[in-house]
Design a protein around this ligand. Structure first.
Ligand SMILES: C[S@@+](CC[C@H](N)C(=O)[O-])C[C@H]1O[C@@H](n2cnc3c(N)ncnc32)[C@H](O)[C@@H]1O
Length: 220
């Protein structure tokens, strides 16, 4: 049976790749990379480990409904894998957190390809550690969302992390202030050009897909 390992390469720093992920990447014959306009962030993070590998870029246009594309991606992978062959599909952060791989894996399984998923450090884990803010303490609630905030959930949360912030930062910051959260904007966490901002003016001026906002109740 053909097999694909989905491997989370972490959010930026290549040293965040797990030993297991590293070992499987090093042993792989072929590496599949999600890309946008020919560029793959996951491929960039793992570049030192895939230099001598056969790579196949699979385009996922950003901001588009890619639902049909997941089936096509599974077929591309199928076509490139030898009979009983194994390959890896690299993914930013963790494969089970807002990841293209979560959709592709379903399509792979439908066409009879075996899938194993190897966890990676998620962007929100790396960011919380970077600024040393606990995501949760005993008995607390953590809310993870990818853009829109549900006020009812926010009201009952102690910490919140918003990924894909570029769409509606102003609304997000307003809501965090209204509900008594201190916040930090972190972009390109773990990359050489990482930036950390706390002032609303600076945050609103910035526009980077690779950014998140971490909010924590002020009384903590
Ligand atoms: C499609 S989601 C992928 C999430 C990923 N699977 C994870 O576990 O973090 C892409 C979003 O993750 C966040 N992200 C990923 N890497 C990041 C980084 N190094 N710094 C800041 N945000 C990052 C951004 O909010 C970005 O818009």
């Amino acid at each position: 049976m053909k097999k694909i390992y989905g491997i989370g390469v972490g959010p930026g720093d290549s040293e965040y790749i797990t030993l297991k992920g590293y070992r499987i990447i090093k042993n792989a014959d072929i590496v599949f990379l999600p890309s946008n306009k020919g560029k793959s962030i996951a491929g960039e993070i793992a570049k030192d480990f895939i230099k001598d590998k056969k790579t196949v870029y699979i385009e996922f246009p950003m901001g588009k409904d890619n639902s049909k594309r997941y089936r096509e991606a599974a077929n591309i992978i199928d076509k490139h894998l030898e009979d009983k062959g194994e390959g890896v599909f690299l993914t930013l952060g963790d494969p089970m957190v807002y990841s293209t791989f979560s959709y592709i894996m379903k399509e792979l399984e439908k066409i009879g390809i075996n899938v194993e998923s190897i966890p990676g450090i998620s962007s929100f884990n790396a960011a919380a550690n970077r600024i040393r803010i606990p995501l949760t303490l005993k008995g607390q609630k953590f809310y993870l969302t990818d853009g829109d905030i549900d006020e009812d959930i926010l009201k009952h949360s102690d910490t919140v992390c918003i990924l894909k912030t570029s769409k509606n930062k102003e609304k997000i910051l307003d809501m965090l202030e209204r509900y008594g959260f201190a916040y930090t904007y972190i972009k390109r966490c773990g990359f050489l050009n990482e930036r950390i901002m706390n002032k609303a003016d600076d945050i609103l001026k910035d526009d980077d897909y690779m950014s998140l906002i971490l909010g924590r109740r002020k009384n903590d």
